[in-house]
Design a protein around this ligand. Structure first.
Ligand SMILES: [Zn+2]
Length: 213
């Protein structure tokens, strides 16, 4: 095909015409629900529709998003629960979900691209000490400046965290092939380690992530 077309679901190039399917996808905008024509690999469209139809998957991802939102607000910005994150910060965080700066107005849920919210949350926990120091030692010209500064710590660390999670997943898949338990649950993992060693959460993150902090 003459023009480079990327799949809405996987983000990879659609190489040939006969792999291409189009479907109108509803999206929440400021003026209500609008339908946008999206391009997919023929194999990717059913996966996307299945994911959208799976309410438990959506609920889970929405919960993960809430955890990311709350952690950024409280632990990185030190704001109380009554405060909202500004639009720029929300767009940076949902953009990161797709591995981008801003999300380009797309729905970010379900898509297997970028980083899942669990990975983003864990990365924030890893960089928290550095971010807290940076925030208290910097004069920011505005909240955008502050958010972009914090995001640099997160984007600088996230590939490393994501790789470690993948390795963990592979290792526990091997171990727990026949058992029906989640392959990686860092909270359970941290709790387990904490009980074992009576360590602080900080030390637990060090243990999981190689003591590089
Ligand atoms: Zn695709």
């Amino acid at each position: 095909m003459s023009k480079i077309i990327k799949c809405y679901y996987c983000g990879k190039v659609i190489e040939t015409e006969n792999q291409l399917v189009e479907k109108k996808i509803p999206m929440a905008t400021k003026v209500g629900i609008r339908n946008y024509r999206r391009k997919f690999h023929m194999n990717c469209l059913p996966k996307y529709l299945e994911g959208r139809a799976d309410k438990s998957l959506l609920t889970k991802e929405n919960n993960d998003w809430n955890a990311v939102y709350n952690y950024f607000r409280k632990e990185l910005l030190g704001l109380g629960e009554t405060k909202s994150l500004d639009t720029h910060t929300v767009r940076r965080l949902t953009g990161l979900r797709l591995g981008q700066y801003y999300p380009n107005g797309q729905n970010v849920r379900i898509l297997p691209r970028g980083y899942d919210f669990k990975t983003i949350l864990l990365t924030m926990k890893v960089v928290k000490p550095k971010v807290n120091m940076y925030v208290s030692n910097t004069n920011f010209s505005n909240s955008k400046h502050r958010t972009d500064g914090i995001m640099r710590f997160i984007t600088g660390e996230i590939n490393d965290v994501s790789q470690r999670i993948e390795q963990q997943n592979k290792a526990s898949e091997k171990l727990m092939k026949d058992k029906d338990i989640p392959s990686f649950d860092y909270k359970a993992k941290l709790k387990e380690k904490k009980q074992e060693q009576g360590n602080t959460v900080q030390n637990d993150i060090n243990n999981l992530f190689g003591g590089q902090l």
